[in-house]
Design a protein around this ligand. Structure first.
Ligand code: PRT
Ligand code: MG
Length: 214
């Protein structure tokens, strides 16, 4: 049995077509079912649903043989012991710095003032501002980053942006793009050795589907 870890929402939805290209179907809809282990039409493949940020942990410790996870999660979580054979080019977005429309970010950076930055992505933010030589007070948040500049909690946020609609709706502007993000296939190295043939077949399914979509 091969276990594939996915998270509900965009990663599940954007992984399905890659599997479907090889005739692999997940037999239950996670939006309708409360099941956490979903069978597929392949007797030796099942899907487990975990929180997006838990996918690397499941794969690292062998709770799943492989998984799909955002590069943002891999950078923040660390990718120790994970083999990363493929960029699947799905769930694309970027990590950006955003501020209130009336905040002069360029001036704050130029003056060398300490910037209060609220984010869930503290590792990415720390590296980025360090490379610019900007001093920051980092405020770790777990959600609704957009609220931080509006309430005076922070001067800036570091968050994922795709369409930019969420920023716009909250009168925030994107002032710097830190990095582009997409989702990657991550593989447990022991599983790759122990279940070599079926694992290679599945990695190949993803490789072909990704190439076909490019
Ligand atoms: O939501 P939950 O707290 O359960 O977990 P999660 O946020 O880690 O999971 P999920 O499913 O929301 O995101 C999983 C992965 O999808 C992330 O790790 C990214 O790699 C990728 N991804 C791609 C995104 C987005 N696009 C995205 N737009 N993740 C989050 N967003 C957020 C964004 O921050 C904004 O708040 O979606 C909102 C809408 O974005 P706009 O710019 O289109 O308005
Ligand atoms: Mg989310």
């Amino acid at each position: 049995m091969i276990t594939l870890a996915l998270s509900k929402g965009r990663i599940f939805e954007e992984t399905l077509p890659l599997l479907a290209a090889a005739g692999i179907e997940v037999l239950e809809d996670p939006e309708k079912s409360r099941k956490l282990i979903l069978p597929t039409n392949q007797p030796d493949l099942r899907v487990v649903l975990v929180r997006a940020t838990d996918v690397p942990t499941y794969v690292q410790y062998g709770g799943a043989d492989l998984g799909v996870t955002g590069k943002d999660t891999l950078i923040e979580h660390g990718a120790q012991g994970l083999y990363q054979p493929l960029d699947l080019c799905i769930a694309q977005c970027r990590v950006s710095v955003a501020v209130r429309a009336d905040f002069d970010y360029a001036l704050a950076v130029k003056q060398g003032s300490r910037l209060k930055v609220a984010t869930k992505y503290t590792a990415i933010a720390r590296d980025f501002f360090a490379s610019k030589g900007v001093h920051v007070d980092m405020i770790k948040l777990y959600g609704s980053m957009e609220l931080a500049p509006l309430t005076g909690l922070a001067d800036a946020i570091v968050d994922l942006v795709s369409t930019g609609n969420t920023l716009k709706a909250n009168h925030l502007v994107e002032v710097e793009r830190i990095m582009d993000i997409s989702s990657h296939l991550v593989v447990n190295q022991a599983a790759l050795k122990l279940k070599q043939a079926p694992m290679r077949r599945l990695i190949d399914v993803f490789a072909r589907a990704t190439q076909a979509q490019a």
